[in-house]
Design a protein around this ligand. Structure first.
Ligand code: MSP
Length: 653
């Protein structure tokens, strides 16, 4: 019977559109799931959405929708979560929404079971609460008085609540972390033990009464289950634990690995095993805490306007190129600095120059010299053995890295072979062999060796670029039987009478300058969209006494003439009737917003008793009054124009 493999991603919080950071983890889990299927495992790959909590309730209210309507749009709507996973070719076997009825009922049963066992009890909670993270914190856990996860303000909160006896499981969890390989990479263990377990694990507040968008505690109305208890058990309810919708729990539980981002390692490596211990359920084999994709060293966030949109990148560069880039460029366990330059370089160097070239040169020469089908005779030499040995032993090196979730290293191993094959072309000079009729057998040997190397590399690249690999297999005429894991370390699997076709270029080189300019323009538009709709000038706190204010001589003025001041981009020169019988000149820096001819004849407001001031050699006697504000980062100005029936010189008071 095939070995089972159960892998999960975190279930996503659909309060906003997902970005490249979320895509990163899901693509990694997908590559792992595809790899395990390739090796013959019976895989269950789960992802989904975590749909309860105050933040969702608030967001839905802001959008004028019910929470469920809001969620349906963002999960199932256009360019929602499901659309993104479809686009990214994610091969999940199941998708859970924590609002699914079977999950809700199962969570109520689980909560009750822990309550009846005495591991959940009723108390009163006082603490610091971070609304965006849905997390209560103790004073000592705060960083500079703020939420240690997101750095935002926390507030005092107190409510009657249920508690989970986390403290009871502290020793067992510490042992699990320190003495087993449960939590990976190993570097995350110290952080958990030193920051959370050693200072003393307090019991965990697991119900809320301050909002209602959650799973009700069915034996105590008014309480809803803490969103993390609801969320973590998804990994088991989606298999059918405590429900009848699915029947896969016995087959797939415990999970072989949960992939999670580093900030939620605490929930997965402390709270999750403790709750499973309470439920007397087997523990997952591994939790892998991966790093973040960061921008300029910092987290992506909508408010910074630096969120990278996977749709835009996939459209510009292709889904497989994006999948490949994410796993080839960054080590999975640590943070990776995302940049468009890096993405374009990876595509141009690894995919266009190395892999793309190898495939097109090889298939092109089989077409050119043998009409797409090689003769069967072969003739080996030392160079061939080097390449063959390297290619045939690749699977073992690749497997060792994949088993440790080291995608970058696994890809590096493949590219060593691709580099070797490109070098083999330069060494064997098939174009020279092609000119000499007596070297036909040697030429066929060289090309066959290249085709075999491409076949092996393509098999191992399948988890990363499923569509592209299918195309490469078709180009080299690989039959189904030689696209397999079993044949990935067996030389000579490709039939020699296979039909080879060069076909279209797999990875056209990206015009770096043009692509960067397009991405930069998109980024600017996004930054602008993230700016506040309206920003006002700061209010002046200092008071002006009434008598001083009354000294300002504000009057209605008629604009008799208006023209641009020579050599100035900004200044307009106004000739004004201020009612005194003598024309008044005022300069105003408003040319950016008005053409002079549009203002002639209008009635404006001016302050007249300012000391005269010379600008560009012209004396300005007073100031016209305008209203200013900033809209989406752009300064806006409106000259204060008033009813034309107001006579020139009328005093404003
Ligand atoms: N709902 C919880 C998970 C519950 S699992 C029982 C949650 N959701 S989330 O949508 O906020 O985040 C989901 C995952 O995306 C987390 O693992 C998080 O680390 C990951 N990422 C979010 N931004 C990221 C990057 N910039 N880079 C890499 N991963 C990041 O947490």
């Amino acid at each position: 019977m095939a070995e089972k493999f159960y892998i999960t991603t975190p279930i996503y919080y659909p309060s906003d559109k997902l970005h490249i950071g979320h895509t990163y983890c899901t693509v990694a889990a997908d590559a792992m799931a595809r790899y395990k299927r390739l090796t013959g495992c019976d895989v269950m790959f789960l992802t989904g959405t975590d749909e309860h909590g105050q933040k969702i309730e608030n967001k839905a209210r802001e959008a004028g929708k019910t929470p469920k309507e809001f969620l349906d749009g963002i999960v199932c709507g256009e360019k929602g979560v499901l659309d993104l996973w479809k686009l990214m070719n994610i091969s999940n076997d199941r998708f859970i929404r924590t609002t699914d009825d079977y999950h809700v009922a199962a969570i109520q049963r689980i909560f009750k079971k822990m309550y009846e066992k005495g591991d959940i009890y009723k108390g009163a909670y006082k603490g610091k609460y971070c609304t965006p993270c849905e997390s209560f914190w103790t004073e000592s856990q705060l960083v500079d008085g703020k939420c240690p996860d997101c750095g935002r303000e926390v507030h005092d909160a107190e409510e009657e609540a249920y508690f989970f006896r986390l403290s009871k499981y502290a020793d067992r969890v510490q042992h699990l972390l320190e003495d087993t390989d449960f939590l990976q990479p190993r570097s995350r263990v110290n952080e958990m033990v030193n920051n959370f377990i050693k200072p003393g694990l307090e019991d965990l507040c697991v119900s809320r009464t301050s909002f209602s968008w959650g799973i009700p505690v069915d034996f105590d109305p008014g309480h809803v289950v803490y969103v993390w208890v609801d969320a973590l058990f998804n990994y088991t309810t989606a298999l059918g634990f405590m429900n009848d919708t699915y029947h896969d729990y016995d087959k797939y539980w415990p999970a072989d690995v949960h992939f999670v981002g580093k900030e939620i390692v605490r929930f997965h490596s402390i709270i999750w095993p403790a709750m499973l211990m309470s439920m007397e359920m087997p523990l997952p084999k591994h939790v892998y805490g991966h790093g973040w994709l960061v921008i300029d060293g910092g987290k992506m966030s909508k408010s910074k306007g630096n969120v990278v949109d996977p749709y835009a990148l996939a459209e510009m560069f292709g889904v497989d190129a994006l999948r490949f880039f994410l796993l080839r460029t960054f080590p999975f366990g640590t943070d990776g600095n995302f940049s468009n330059e890096l993405l374009i370089n990876t595509i141009n160097i690894d995919l266009a120059n190395k892999l793309g070239n190898l495939v097109s040169r090889t298939t092109g020469m089989v077409e050119k010299y043998f009409g797409g089908t090689l003769p069967t005779e072969r003739e080996d030499d030392k160079l061939d053995c080097d390449l063959k040995t390297l290619a045939c032993t690749l699977r073992d090196r690749y497997e060792a890295e994949m088993e440790k979730f080291q995608f970058q290293n696994a890809l590096e191993e493949i590219f060593k072979v691709i580099d070797r094959a490109n070098k083999y072309i330069d060494e064997t000079t098939p174009w020279a062999l092609g000119k000499d009729e007596t070297k036909r057998v040697r030429l066929a040997t060289v090309l066959y060796n290249l085709l075999e190397t491409v076949r092996i590399c393509t098999t191992l690249l399948l988890p990363f670029m499923p569509d592209t690999c299918g195309k490469i297999f078709d180009k080299i005429g690989a039959c189904d039987g030689c696209r397999t894991w079993e044949k990935a370390n067996v030389w000579g699997s490709l039939r020699s009478d296979a039909t080879v076709q060069k076909g279209e270029n797999l990875f056209p080189r990206v015009d770096s300058e043009a692509a960067l300019a397009t991405l930069e323009a998109m980024h600017e538009a996004q930054k602008k969209a993230a700016l506040p709709a309206i920003a006002l000038e700061p209010y002046v706190e200092e008071k002006v006494d009434f008598d001083t204010f009354m000294k300002c001589d504000l009057r209605a003025v008629k604009i008799k003439d208006c023209k641009a001041v020579k050599k100035s981009d900004k200044l307009l020169q106004f000739t004004l009737d201020d009612g005194s019988g003598t024309d008044r000149t005022i300069l105003s820096g408003i040319h950016h917003w008005y053409e002079p001819e549009d203002l002639i004849g209008k009635t404006a407001i001016a302050i007249l008793n300012l000391p005269p001031r010379k600008m560009m050699g012209i004396e300005s006697c007073g100031m016209l009054i305008s209203a200013v504000h900033t809209e989406k980062g752009e300064e806006k100005l409106k000259l204060m124009l008033i009813d034309d029936s107001v006579p020139a010189g009328a005093k404003l008071c």
